[in-house]
Design a protein around this ligand. Structure first.
Ligand code: GCW
Length: 728
């Protein structure tokens, strides 16, 4: 039962919350449930003044009207000027006389192009709340921040906010194909309905832009990095122009993925060699054509010479040659190139994770000013846990952008409740030590450590046509957290989880505490039941769903056995000086920390070391025992999450409660699958028994190895596993 105050009254009445489908995301704008707060807000905000005819100020006005009407349960008139007390004024000194009259001076200048101030003031004897910015988009971001304050039921008396993004380009990367399939997408089809563009512009495009702006995202790369050159043809540019038109008022710039061989595939050239003048001229003309249609086009995202994609190395040129050629085409228009550093060759190397650093480090300083190198958080591939990528800190002369994955390719896809905010925070707070203690990854990417000219962060989208956008209600939190951390990479993921919970689920304090606790423990839970102690890449081939640590006989660096290297002596990949020496790619302090058996954190033990089964972890247990303990703890955490979820039932609508409950049941079943398959398999090497306190797996290793799940690679499901483990 939720406590809901009826419009126009402060009385509380208990009634079940109406069913929701999650489509409103964190922008639900339900009536403020706390009667005292509601009274405060109604007293403070009775009128709205957002003068200005720009589409962006129009968007702010619309959002505030929608939001305030819902939250305050009454219509808020839009006035031309602040004539009554209790007015919310929004805008810039140029758009609003009221904002100009506040003379915010240096305080306002300090928030820059996209930032905003929220402040209370007295204007001509009237009390006003002001959302002030230097630009219209800053005013829009400030409007969302004000709405958030009300959605989370903050105290207006102490409300004073001043905020500016620490990273310049905050981009969502879609891996969406032109046929509307989504690579590593678990939320339905691509939102972009290319067949009906540019003529049909369904409301969902605008809602998408609202959602992105609400979390401060200012760029969207529409297409898969495994790119199709067709998106660069004239008819598609026309479609992209239409989408860009919907996104523009919300401050969203459009980017496209550039297929390196496009000059041959759609341009009729015989080569795509970046040093060939006809190729450079083709890209220049293509950039000019795009900018004629989309003057605020962001630029190109490029995956080249990786996993079979074409690139400059096909012509014995370097990544810098390729990136610079594209950069020169974009430069006259102010566009940027986000060149991805996720590269590994078709010829397996001695240690795949070393390749990006080996290829790019020598190119530091060789890129044009408008090239950023986009680096995944870890050197392998978005695994549940990886140490930070050694390129962070190693490229002082080349702006590095951080690429995070929001879609949970390796973390339970649509169903598992895993809060990625905690994951992102772990990456951002990792210390590269390149300029002494406190040289965090966040300091690298916000440009403060090396004084980068441009800064960027990208998150691989988890959004699709599913009614709830992200495949599950809790997956929305990962989209949300990415945006908030892109704006402020020093923010606390726990605080962000709390905001999201209050906006998405409930403001009941006890329920909020419980849900935030679930989210914060979920991150360690998934590591424990999938890949504890620094294990990585243990999933089934291709579909990446479910455990398959036994897979071999493929290209070695696509197999789990290559990464875990279990044998009768021990387990783990020796990346110290006695092995691949990948640790040497880090700064000396970090190399020592990870490379030394006595200091390496247990969380990275098997990533860097081949440890004997009987060795002791830092926890003082044998490697075998500790591995077992972690797997069981992971499952226990999911069992606990299910219990916790039941305690919040009365505060949540029945439909969404049930959706989450069903997925938690699946998560528990799959967690047990991961645990049992892995331990039965590793037990054949350790030859040590399962300690008596742990209940043994219900099936033999052979049974798990013979399972063929998923039957359809596009659908991560395993009915046999549900039958075996699923409990209600
Ligand atoms: O994570 C892996 C995925 C590929 C992806 C690739 C990349 C787009 O399994 O599907 O391709 O990384 O990041 O380029």
């Amino acid at each position: 039962m939720a406590t809901i105050a009826g419009p126009g009254s402060f009385a509380s009445l208990r009634m079940p919350a109406a069913d929701e489908d999650g489509h409103d995301l964190w922008l639900r704008y339900r009536l403020v449930s706390n009667a005292e707060r509601l009274a405060q807000y109604r007293t403070a905000i009775a009128h709205l003044v957002v003068p200005g005819s720009s589409p962006t100020l129009g968007a702010a006005r619309d959002e505030l009207t929608r939001g305030l009407t819902g939250l305050l349960g009454r219509a808020i008139p839009i006035d031309a000027a602040a004539t009554s007390t209790a007015t919310l004024v929004v805008g810039t000194p140029a758009s609003s006389r009221e904002i100009a009259a506040l003379n915010l001076g240096g305080r306002l200048t300090a928030v820059g192009n996209e930032g905003f101030l929220i402040t209370s003031a007295t204007l001509r004897g009237s009390h006003v709340i002001a959302v002030a910015a230097n630009t219209d988009v800053g005013a829009l971001y400030g409007s969302f921040a004000l709405l958030r304050a009300l959605q989370t039921q903050g105290d207006l008396a102490t409300l004073s906010d001043s905020s500016a993004p620490r990273i310049q380009h905050r981009i969502i990367d879609h891996w969406d194909n032109l046929d509307r399939t989504v690579e590593r997408g678990y939320a339905g089809r691509s939102l972009w309905d290319w067949d009906h563009l540019p003529d049909s512009l369904p409301a969902v495009y605008r809602d998408y832009a609202r959602a992105e702006a609400s979390i401060g995202i200012n760029g969207v790369s529409l297409t898969n990095v495994n790119a199709n050159a067709k998106v660069l043809t004239a008819p598609y540019i026309e479609k992209v122009r239409a989408l860009a038109g919907v996104f523009r008022p919300y401050g969203l710039h459009v980017y496209l993925t550039a297929r390196f061989s496009a000059p041959m595939e759609i341009g009729g050239l015989k080569t795509a060699d970046p040093l060939d003048p006809s190729v450079a001229a083709w890209w220049k003309a293509k950039a000019d054509e795009i900018y004629r249609a989309i003057p605020d086009f962001g630029g190109f995202v490029v995956k080249a010479n990786s996993e079979g994609q074409p690139g400059p190395q096909d012509y014995h040129r370097t990544h810098a040659d390729g990136a610079n050629m594209l950069a020169d085409a974009l430069a006259p228009h102010g566009g940027i190139v986000l060149w991805r550093a996720f590269v590994y060759s078709n010829v397996p190397a001695q240690d795949r994770i070393k390749q990006a650093y080996t290829e790019f480090k020598p190119l530091d300083g060789k890129f044009r000013d408008n090239v950023l190198l986009q680096v995944k958080n870890g050197s392998l591939d978005f695994q549940p846990r990886e140490p930070f990528h050694p390129l962070f800190g190693a490229m002082p002369k080349t702006p590095l952008a951080l690429e995070l994955q929001i879609t949970k390719e390796y973390l339970g896809e649509d169903t598992h409740l895993v809060y990625m905010g905690a994951y992102y925070e772990e990456v951002l707070k990792s210390d590269t030590r390149v300029n002494g203690k406190g040289s965090l990854v966040a300091d690298v990417i916000d440009g403060s450590l090396h004084g980068y000219r441009q800064t960027a962060i990208a998150g691989v989208s988890n959004v699709g046509t599913d009614r709830n956008w992200s495949g599950s209600h809790f997956n929305q939190a990962n989209w949300y957290a990415f945006g908030r951390l892109a704006w402020d990479p020093t923010a606390s993921s726990e605080r962000i989880a709390e905001d999201w919970t209050r906006m998405t689920w409930t403001n009941d304090d006890a329920a909020v505490r419980t849900i935030v606790h679930m989210m914060m423990t979920s991150r360690e839970a998934v590591v424990n039941y999938m890949e504890p102690l620094g294990l990585v890449h243990m999933m089934g081939t291709d579909h990446h769903y479910g455990p398959a640590p036994w897979v071999k006989n493929l290209r070695p660096d696509w197999t789990p056995v290559y990464f875990h290297r279990a044998d009768t002596i021990g387990i783990g990949f020796d990346r110290t000086v006695t092995g691949s020496n990948a640790v040497a790619q880090y700064s000396p302090e970090v190399a020592r920390h990870f490379g030394d058996r006595d200091s390496v954190p247990d969380a990275y033990l098997l990533f860097f070391h081949h440890a004997r089964w009987s060795d002791r972890t830092r926890a003082g247990l044998t490697v075998w025992y500790d591995l077992v303990r972690h797997y069981y703890a992971g499952v226990d955490s999911v069992v606990a999450m299910r219990r916790e979820w039941h305690t919040v039932q009365s505060t949540i609508d029945a439909r969404r409660f049930r959706d989450v409950d069903d997925f938690l049941a699946i998560q528990e079943a799959e967690a047990k699958w991961w645990r049992d398959a892995a331990l039965l398999y590793f037990g054949t090497f350790s030859r040590m028994p399962l300690p008596a306190r742990f209940a043994p797996p219900p099936r033999t290793l052979d049974w798990y190895m013979k399972l063929h799940c998923p039957a359809d690679p596009a659908k991560p499901r395993c009915p046999e596993i549900y039958k075996l483990y699923l409990t209600r």
